[in-house]
Design a protein around this ligand. Structure first.
Ligand SMILES: O=C(O)c1ccccc1NCC(=O)[C@H](O)[C@H](O)COP(=O)(O)O
Length: 202
């Protein structure tokens, strides 16, 4: 199975183009004000217009109101929405009425969330560390028997460890940011290329 690649924390047209040229499947744009990788909807929209029709553009939110999520996603012209934080199932379904949703969960919440979204085609699970964008890998061995089919994997992934993570859990897609940066919010082109190559070489 082809493992898809998402690179998160895109803050400029330059980084979007660099990532697309490296072969990523999806770009993440973080609209959560707490992030050091915050981007405006205008820059995200401009970046999306520069990467062609194939690359997905995913708006990332953390505990923000429904109106804000939908308005920002529309202004940025994203193709999907990624939701972090403790959220009601009603809220997730309301967003999923407008955009494909990546619902981000921590290992502690995985069992309950996997039950909740199993038969919901508009909602895909992504397993991530408790602190998003923190660069800390999950304990893949502990997750081996419970990682849901079709789920995405994040948390401290980079060129050096992504192959081992895929071999352990067989995620549908991998997502990374910290280990692909020259500094917060700025991609290192070599690291992004190495990351994509490490996934594609499996
Ligand atoms: O990265 C952030 O700053 C961030 C802040 C608030 C919510 C989400 C955030 N990132 C979301 C991502 O999709 C990251 O790629 C994911 O958490 C993995 O990050 P890392 O462990 O640094 O590779």
């Amino acid at each position: 199975m082809t493992v898809r690649v998402k690179v998160c924390g895109t803050t400029s047209v330059r980084d979007a183009v660099l990532s697309a040229e490296a072969g990523v499947d999806a770009l993440g744009f973080i609209f959560a004000p707490v992030s050091r990788r915050l981007v405006t909807p205008q820059v995200a929209r401009e970046a999306g217009l520069n990467v062609g029709p194939v690359v997905a553009r995913i708006g990332v939110f953390l505990g923000q109101g429904l109106d804000e999520v939908l308005r920002t996603a529309e202004a940025a012209r994203v193709s999907a929405v990624q939701l972090h934080g403790p959220l009601s199932s009603l809220y997730v379904r309301q967003v999923a009425a407008y955009y494909p949703v990546l619902r981000v969960v921590r290992p502690a919440d995985l069992a309950a969330e996997a039950d909740m979204w199993r038969d919901e085609p508009g909602v895909t699970l992504m397993l991530d560390a408790p602190e998003p964008g923190g660069g800390v890998p999950l304990d893949w061995a502990a997750l081996r028997d419970v990682f849901p089919r079709g789920a995405w994997l994040a948390g401290g992934l980079g060129p050096a460890n992504v192959a081992a993570a895929i071999q352990a859990l067989r995620p549908a897609a991998v997502d990374a940011v910290s280990r692909l940066e020259a500094r917060a919010g700025v991609k290192d082109g070599q690291l992004v290329s190495d990351f994509v190559r490490a996934v594609r070489s499996l």
